[in-house]
Design a protein around this ligand. Structure first.
Ligand SMILES: O=C(O)[C@H]1O[C@H](OP(=O)(O)OP(=O)(O)OC[C@H]2O[C@@H](n3ccc(=O)[nH]c3=O)[C@H](O)[C@@H]2O)[C@H](O)[C@@H](O)[C@H]1O
Length: 423
């Protein structure tokens, strides 16, 4: 361009143009810094990794103080103890397993994304409980590979107790993506990091009774078919079992899947029937009670949390070491799956009767046909394999377990005037 042709070429203009350049480059500089921090692995945005979830918090991790907390929490305090990474540690089963491990001297580090599938204040209260017991929960998503790698760099975990998952059979119709995200992509993300770790950890993870789907032969045994799931939730848990097979076969990871049967108890999940029935009975609201064709009984093998915890610890204690390292398999590794149930199915109507007695309030029962949205009519576990291999022996019947749940529920929601914001 011919500068002399430009009408205002002079000192004043040069000054303006320098100022404009300075402003421009300042913006560029600030922009670059912003992008750098936004994309940095030590500031992971879970929500960008998971658009299908209703809400995920942005978490930050990293730094010497954070690493110290991670190390301290995972430090083993007993002879022959484990260092265990518990995913889903702020969840129902995760909280109970974490505190049981810590109590016996294992090192425990929690990981949880604190999503709002149900009331996150309950998750925060569980976190506070664990914090008092010396368990630190890292806030992050299992799909965050950089975070997982960092955790394994800081702590050579001997075991992973993988309980992070999208649970609930009916919600799968509302938010199918969240099941794929957590139960499939998240599981693969975790296994990818575990397979590369040296030493590779042994992994125990939560499958589900729902894999038995539409089977009619009872009790359900591990040898039974699991190829007719009734919900996407069940299908993702079944997929998890196949994925476990693959990582065991290719990389020598030791993997144990636990098929939980309708776990209930104190600090439970507000989306589960026993929990929101309690809330609704107390509020005088009617409760939907499902029944099968021709008034057929709908029943569950309800299993108390303390029994499940014993099963989880039994699985960790009997897990053999993984055989690979740094992504290479050195030999065949252990691959197991166990039912963890109560072997005593109880009709849902009986569950309601027990709750009525414990709460001293009559329920407004609204009996309706079992919807075709993922539910199966009954579950019943054969637990002989878990008994033989893990020493698993449930001891709590539904009456006793619900009594403990109701005591906790009344206590928890009356203290500090907390609201049972269940669903
Ligand atoms: O073992 C599992 O693998 C699963 O267990 C749990 O699923 P479910 O056994 O379906 O528990 P839950 O919803 O409490 O319904 C209990 C009973 O109440 C009946 N039910 C339910 C809702 C309702 O409104 N009315 C009703 O009668 C209903 O028909 C059922 O008979 C976990 O949620 C799931 O994450 C998974 O872990």
């Amino acid at each position: 361009m011919d500068k002399s042709a430009y009408p205002y070429h002079g000192g004043r203009l040069r000054w303006h143009s320098s100022l404009a350049k300075l402003t421009f480059w300042s913006f560029v500089f600030i922009g670059v810094i912003f992008i750098f921090f936004y994309r940095s692995p030590s500031s992971s945005s879970s929500s960008s990794a998971d658009p299908s979830r209703r809400s995920l918090r942005t978490s930050s991790w990293g730094g010497p103080a954070w690493e110290k907390k991670v190390r301290t929490s995972a430090r083993i305090r007993s002879r022959n103890g484990f260092s265990v990474l518990v995913t889903g540690a702020a969840g129902f089963v995760g909280t109970h397993v974490s505190s049981a491990l810590k109590r016996r001297g294992d090192g425990v580090l929690g990981l949880d994304n604190f999503n709002d599938y149900y009331d996150p204040t309950l998750k925060r209260a569980r976190q506070a409980l664990l914090e008092r017991a010396g368990v630190f929960i890292v806030e992050g998503d299992i799909n965050d590979a950089a975070l997982l790698k960092k955790l394994f760099e800081v702590v050579p975990f001997t075991h992973v107790m993988h309980l992070a998952a999208q649970a609930g059979v009916r919600y799968a119709m509302q938010n199918p993506g969240s099941y794929v995200h957590s139960n499939i992509a998240g599981f693969v993300s975790l296994l990818e990091v575990c397979k590369e770790a040296t030493p590779q950890p042994a992994i125990v993870w939560a499958s589900s009774s729902s894999v038995y789907g539409l089977n009619t032969k009872v009790p359900f045994s591990e040898k039974d078919r699991t190829d007719q799931p009734a919900s996407l939730y069940a299908a993702t848990k079944k997929a998890g079992e196949e994925i476990a097979h693959t990582y065991n076969h290719i990389y020598g990871l030791s993997l144990t899947g636990l098929r939980f049967f309708t776990v209930y108890g104190p600090w439970g999940r507000p989306d589960m029937a026993y929990f929101f029935f309690t809330k609704d009975i107390l509020n005088g609201k009617s409760i939907p009670i499902f029944e099968g064709e021709n008034h057929g009984t709908v029943a569950r093998d309800f299993t108390y949390i303390d029994d499940i915890v014993k099963g989880c610890l039994g699985a960790l204690d009997t897990a053999q070491k993984s055989t690979g390292s740094g992504g290479k398999k050195k030999g065949p590794a252990q691959l197991r799956v166990f039912n963890l149930g109560n072997t005593s199915p109880i009709p849902v109507t009986n569950l309601v009767t027990i709750l009525e007695r414990l709460l001293k309030v009559k329920a407004k029962r609204n009996v309706m046909k079992l919807p075709r949205n993922g539910d199966v009519q009954f579950t019943h576990a054969n637990i002989s394999l878990a008994h033989r291999e893990l020493g698993y022996k449930p001891t709590t019947n539904l009456q006793t377990g619900l009594k403990k749940f109701v005591r906790w529920y009344l206590n928890y929601y009356s203290a500090a005037g907390k609201k049972a914001d269940a669903r």
